[in-house]
Write a protein that binds this ligand. Structure first.
Ligand SMILES: Cc1ncc(COP(=O)(O)O)c(C=O)c1O
Length: 486
């Protein structure tokens, strides 16, 4: 963390704790620079950061004052999806979102990419060069089917923080979390089966269900505590459901961490109905608070949880290094990995193993947690400032996504097409529903470097949405995560 960010954090904490009260004058730039032994420009940068977060306001020729406290927008309430198995739709929209990747000048607020520009990743670049220079034979050869042992050893140590206690032989390296989830689904399900999903839920996994001919049943999900175990139980009594896919920690797109008691309740429900849990832990390490939450897998006693993850969000998506702890499905998962991808690429696995072994991974992730937390706060301020009134916004407990629910007469699909012409990409909420609900919602990626271009883009989104609302017939009712049942 840079000095100014460190100072901004100290000041933000003092404001949050009420040590500096609303309207109170803050210490002068000179005094702060002496108190903390930092330069004048460091203090100025810290104050600019706090101003961007709308925690303080400058008064010409008087200095900085604590901003009046604004009420936080409410959190979306429990979602109310269509509660019957459906074939997943929305592929065209997902394709449109993927289509923008790499386009110059596009502000990719709709993407799921982490920030890969931080200096804490430099040791990884060095390691990648070293691996290629010194291990030519290994790099050019087939990998073993399980994946590199040195990496599996590092992953088994990393997972101790989440309560998951497995050895290297219980882990299979995959091509990203996508590879882990697809091997898991193929190992358990066949075409025509039904799998339960959170609603809203990550579009990539739902497109896998569609591709494999599996139907999805969307389960009501709370923006703060996760999937409704009670609603899942009702669905299990009604339909022959094979399993449930969850992102219980730092959920994408809602950002919640499922409380431990609910994780345990869900696991015992799974045991009673003999279904499997596909646990996607891709964001779990990015929980704002430390220690990170425990995985559902850590409570599993009979191998029914297939734990999937990758270094995509914590390090970089281009590595394509993921893994699965398949529990009792180990043999089938190995077979499915072989069938779908064969072996995985050795070079990035070797570089990641060294990056973790030498302590760089922990340093990097610690830094990113802080950056993403601040970014989500900044984005929430901008959304509150520029978006129409009557919105609900999530309060993520980690990760880097913000989910915004707009008045029901906003059509984010139409808005996203308009915004695309302005070189702004957003992810409409309907991508995150098997049946295409949540048209009035959007997901914003807060891992972008939040400078002036992004602020201007958020302002433009607000203008488009306000314009849309001016023309739309008025609607009165609020709605839960994204509108009434269909
Ligand atoms: C919840 C979730 N699961 C899985 C994936 C896919 O991850 P990977 O890029 O490692 O295949 C993503 C990527 O956005 C995700 O958000």
């Amino acid at each position: 963390m840079t000095r100014y960010q460190h100072l901004a954090n100290i000041l933000a904490q003092r404001i949050e704790q009420g040590l500096y009260r609303s309207g109170e004058k803050l210490p002068s730039v000179r005094n702060l620079s002496q108190e903390h032994g930092v330069s004048i420009s460091t203090v100025q940068q810290a104050y600019q950061q706090l101003e961007m977060l709308q925690l303080i306001v400058p008064q010409p020729r008087s200095g900085y004052f604590v901003a009046p406290r604004k009420a936080q927008p409410p959190v979306p309430s429990m979602s109310r999806p269509v509660q019957r198995p459906v074939e997943v739709t929305q592929w065209d929209q997902v394709l449109a979102l993927l289509y923008g990747r790499g386009e110059k000048g596009l502000i990719t607020l709709g993407s799921g990419s982490p920030d890969v520009s931080q200096a804490s990743l430099k040791p990884l670049w060095r390691e990648m060069n070293r691996v290629i220079q010194h291990n030519v034979i290994d790099v050019l050869n087939y990998d073993e089917l399980y994946g590199r042992r040195e990496l599996r050893e590092q992953i088994s140590r990393l997972m101790l923080d989440s309560g998951t206690r497995v050895g290297p032989d219980d882990i299979v390296i995959t091509n990203g979390c996508h590879g882990a989830l697809s091997a898991a689904l193929l190992s358990v399900c066949k075409p025509g089966d039904i799998v339960a999903v959170e609603s809203p839920s990550f579009h990539g996994t739902m497109q896998m269900l569609r591709g494999f001919g599996i139907k999805a049943i969307e389960i009501p999900t709370d923006a703060s505590t996760g999937i409704s175990v009670e609603a899942l139980e009702l669905a299990l009594e009604q339909w022959p459901i094979k399993g449930v896919i969850l992102v219980p920690d730092c959920n994408n797109p809602l950002g919640f961490i499922m409380p431990e008691a609910r994780k345990k309740a869900l696991l015992s429900l799974a045991r009673r109905h003999d279904i499997v849990i596909f646990e996607d832990d891709i964001y779990g390490e990015l929980a704002t608070d430390y220690p990170r939450p425990r995985t559902i897998q850590s409570f599993d006693i009979d191998g029914r949880v297939l734990l999937c993850s990758s270094f995509t969000k914590t390090i970089a998506p281009g590595l394509r290094v993921g893994w699965i702890v398949p529990g009792r499905y180990l043999d089938r998962v190995l077979h499915m990995k072989y069938v779908v991808t064969g072996t995985t690429v050795p070079s990035t696995q070797m570089a990641v193993a060294a990056f973790i072994r030498d302590g760089h991974y922990h340093r990097h992730v610690r830094r990113m947690r802080q950056i993403y937390r601040r970014n989500m706060e900044t984005m929430t301020c901008w959304v509150r400032q520029y978006f129409p009134c009557g919105i609900c916004v999530t309060r993520p407990q980690g990760g880097f996504m913000l989910w915004v629910e707009l008045p029901e007469n906003v059509d984010m699909i139409a808005a996203s097409q308009q915004l695309r012409e302005m070189k702004i990409q957003v992810a409409p909420g309907s991508l995150f529903s098997a049946a295409g609900k949540y048209r009035n919602c959007l997901r914003l990626n807060c891992a972008l470097v939040l400078g002036e271009p992004v602020r201007a883009a958020v302002k433009q989104i607000g203008e488009v949405l306000n314009g849309m609302l001016d023309q739309a017939p008025p609607l009165s009712t609020g709605s839960g995560v994204g509108g009434a049942d269909e």
